[in-house]
Design a protein around this ligand. Structure first.
Ligand SMILES: [Zn+2]
Length: 285
């Protein structure tokens, strides 16, 4: 599972381009205005461009009202309204229940559509996770609440502006803590009569690679930029909502979500940041 950058050329003809983002050398000028980035078709997983391409209000949602309706996600997720074919397909897929560790010690219970289980964990910035259960959307949403209430395990994580680093020892401790909680969840579901939802072979995933001590020193040099206008450097890491870019000896952390839907002009040369307006791209996700 690798993070990708989706860009829509501004000519209106070329289809969105999907390319691996890690290690990419970039020199971007980011527009002040934010435009609707379109949506992902829940059945085909293809990126669909917005027909309106209107400027979005700074405080409103990620996409325009039309795209939100066409996507069918919000209606399905919030109101269990699967009136569109795509939404019906998506929400009738199996869903998984997972126990995750964020940072070094925050335990979280969560759910994901089986089609997006790895993406979801990745987007949320988990250090490690174990997929423990499976069922329909409604069954899994119910179990998430039930486990959270009974075992006092968080369903949400606090948003953070830092990309955590874990030493190999901390990672091992975090994994042990996760396994203890996986055992508690399994025992609870068995006792409460929900054992049919436990998967036979829990899938354990480590999403954050441990780093050496010298790496954590570099953390002090990082600068967080919430609303970037210029981004120049090499993309080192994509973590949750954050993008880590290295420029010379310095590391900058950008809010990835704040770039979605903005028009990006790419510089023709990284050393001479004059921006070529003929190559405007739209970052979609
Ligand atoms: Zn739109």
């Amino acid at each position: 599972m690798i993070p990708n950058l989706v860009t829509s050329p501004m000519d209106g003809l070329t289809e969105p381009k999907v390319e691996p983002i890690l290690g990419m050398n970039i020199s971007w000028q980011v527009s002040q205005d934010r435009y609707c980035p379109g949506y992902v078709n829940l059945k085909s997983s293809l990126h669909i461009k917005c027909k309106n391409n209107g400027v979005l209000d700074a405080i409103k949602g990620e996409r325009c009202v039309l795209c939100e309706r066409l996507s069918g996600f919000k209606k399905g997720f919030l109101f269990r309204d699967y009136s569109s074919e795509e939404s019906r397909y998506y929400f009738t897929q199996r869903h998984v229940l997972y126990v995750a560790i964020h940072g070094i010690d925050l335990v979280k219970i969560g759910t994901a559509n089986i089609l997006r289980k790895y993406d979801r964990l990745y987007e949320q910035g988990a250090t490690a996770a174990t997929i423990v259960g499976e069922g329909t959307f409604n069954e899994i949403m119910f179990l998430e609440d039930f486990i959270s209430r009974t075992l006092s395990i968080a369903q949400h994580r606090r948003r953070t502006n830092d990309i955590p680093t874990v030493s190999p020892k901390q990672l091992q401790d975090a994994i042990s803590q996760m396994r203890e909680n996986v055992a508690k969840v399994a025992s609870l579901l068995q006792k409460a009569g929900y054992s049919k939802h436990l998967v036979k072979l829990p899938e354990e995933l480590v999403l954050l690679q441990p780093s050496s001590d010298s790496r954590s020193v570099a953390l002090c040099l990082r600068q967080y930029i919430a609303k970037p206008r210029i981004i120049v450097g090499k993309i080192k890491q994509v973590f949750g909502d954050l993008l880590l870019v290295k420029r010379g000896e310095e590391e900058f952390v950008y809010n990835k979500r704040s770039i979605i839907g903005r028009i990006v002009s790419k510089a023709s040369s990284a050393s001479l940041p004059t921006y070529d307006q003929e190559h405007q791209y739209r970052i979609c996700s």
